[in-house]
Structure formats: structure tokens, C-alpha cells
Design a protein around this ligand. Sequence first.
Ligand SMILES: *[C@@H]1O[C@H](CO)[C@@H](O)[C@H](O)[C@H]1NC(C)=O
Ligand SMILES: *[C@@H]1O[C@H](CO)[C@@H](O)[C@H](O)[C@H]1NC(C)=O
Length: 225
Amino acid sequence: MKKKHNRHPFFSYISFIAFVFLNFYIPGISSSRIVSLGSIEIYNTHEWLPTEPTVYFRCQNENKTVLPDVKKKNMVYVFKGIESWQPLTELPEEKCKRCGLYEADTIKEDDVFDEWEFCSSDFSDGKYVRFKGKEFNATFICPKCTDTADSDVTAVAPSKEENNQHVGIIVIVTISLLASAVVICGSYLIYKYWQRRKREQDQARFLKLFEEGDDIEDELDLEHL
Ligand SMILES: *[C@@H]1O[C@H](CO)[C@@H](O)[C@H](O)[C@H]1NC(C)=O
Ligand SMILES: *[C@@H]1O[C@H](CO)[C@@H](O)[C@H](O)[C@H]1NC(C)=O
């Protein structure tokens, strides 16, 4: 009875480890640098007709993302990152994307609030503030983007990215090794437990046989007498 009680926490422990392992491992593999808009305030509109502006974000060779709520100047719009039109884009690991904030124009070409090189290394603590005087102030959110406080973007970013990749590989290898160790230890413990039980059973059977043997011997002795 006591043994059964002992076995239980061990298996809970194994399943706990497996749970943590899976949770950590799988999101790590599929991690992507998805950028969403955290907040925006525009200081200017470029439309001279008395209509509401249509503000949109776009990266080169990608589709427009219209910001449907952003209609008024000098008003801070805060987003959760899960709005229907989010996220804005996904940044590659080693290159920047040319992106911008624009305003659709009914007659001439669309107006540009700003256009810039958008790099995952620009993010610090998953946040990036883009401010352009008289135009806009926007914060972008990307929890998986790396942070480089000191930035010579073109030169430093690739090596940092590389470093990150190395760290990622080391983490994965370490976790794999730990997981293997846990599995091996677990198997060994189960094997030992099984061995001990078998020995105990054998012993019990042997003792029983022995007792039975004794009984027979006694009987034989009695008959002899
Ligand atoms: C852009 O929009 C078109 C049509 O809505 C869609 O077929 C295409 O997959 C989109 N491309 C990207 C990169 O989202
Ligand atoms: C831009 O917006 C962010 C977030 O709302 C704020 O922290 C920051 O002070 C703003 N910057 C300017 C120059 O208004």
C-alpha cells in the first residue's frame, strides 16, 4: 500500500516536466516577430477636403492595413493588438522592411506620414516608438523581436541576430538533454521498482514453497514415525 502511494508523485513529476517542456519548446520553435500597433496619435491630416482621413500602414510589397478608428488629430488611440485588422506585419530576423504610415488621398497620390526601415532590432522590450514631429507618434509592439539598445543597425544587427540564434540553439539542445536525462532517470527508476517488486514476489513465492515443503516433510516424518 505504501509503495503505491510513493509511485504517484513520481509520475506527476514526470508529467509536469513533460508539460513544461512542451509549453516551452513548441512556442519557441514557432516564434515569429509579429508586429502590432500599440497606440497612435496623428498630429496632422493631409486631406484638404472636409472628409475623415483614411490612415493606413503598409510595408513594401505587402497589403495595406487600414487603421479604421484613426480619424481625429491630436487624439491618442490605444490598441490591444488583437483588433480585427491587427497585426500589421511580420519582421524577418536578419533584414529590415521598408514600411510607412500613409493617408489615402481621393485625388492625388497618397500622402506619406513617414516611411522608414523597420527592423526587429529597433525594438526594446518588445516595444518601439516612432515619433515624427507634426506628423504622428506611434508605438509598435513585437514581444518576439530582439532588443538592441545600442544600435548601429546595419552593422550590429546581423551579429546580434546570429548570437540570438546561437543562444536559441543552445537552449534547445540543453532542454533536449535535460528531457532525455529525465526520461532515462524515469525509466531507470521504473525498472528498479519493477525489479524490486519482482524480487519480492519471487521471495514470497519461494517462502511459500519452502513452507509447503516443510509441511510435506513434517507429514512424511509423521508417517515414518
Ligand atoms: C493581399 O491581399 C490579397 C487580396 O485580398 C490576398 O490574396 C493576398 O494573400 C494578400 N497578401 C498578403 C501578403 O497578405
Ligand atoms: C509617444 O507615445 C508614447 C506612448 O503613448 C509616449 O510614451 C511618448 O511620450 C509619446 N511621445 C511623444 C513625443 O509624444
